[in-house]
Design a protein around this ligand. Structure first.
Ligand code: ZN
Length: 129
């Protein structure tokens, strides 16, 4: 199985849905526009549910692992997206945006999202098998 096959399997509908979700989250909690793509990256490790990618000045994209898409409940996907969009929002606001930093963690609390390092219920369940 190669990456192209996996990408094709997971494409358009899900990705569009995720991008719309991110847009709604950015607007609802920060009043911010969200203009970067959300993509599914099948190569991310299991432990990396998602990540926010940026360079010095520009936000680039949010990546969600194929594993998350296949294994998390929808409520957990929403929570994961809140976490990733929180990185994005902190970046745009030029605040501390790394996991564990005071501002970022404060924002997570405010929007009621999960901190990094906590594993999702459904994942804990699958792991036992
Ligand atoms: Zn994070």
């Amino acid at each position: 199985m190669n990456d192209t096959t996996i990408k094709l399997k997971l494409s358009t509908r899900e990705v569009e849905g995720l991008t719309n979700l991110a847009r709604d989250i950015a607007m609802k909690y920060w009043g911010l526009d969200f203009n970067i793509p959300v993509i599914i990256n099948p190569r991310l490790k299991r432990s990396t549910y998602g990540r926010f990618i940026y360079n010095k000045k520009t936000p680039l994209r949010i990546e969600i692992s194929g594993y998350s898409i296949r294994n998390l409940y929808i409520t957990e996907i929403i929570d994961l997206m809140k976490h990733e969009v929180c990185h994005y929002a902190c970046f745009i606001m030029q605040k501390q945006l790394s996991d564990g930093s005071r501002f970022f963690e404060g924002e997570l609390k405010r929007i009621n999202s999960t901190s990094a390092g906590l594993s999702y219920k459904s994942v804990r369940k699958t792991r036992g098998k």
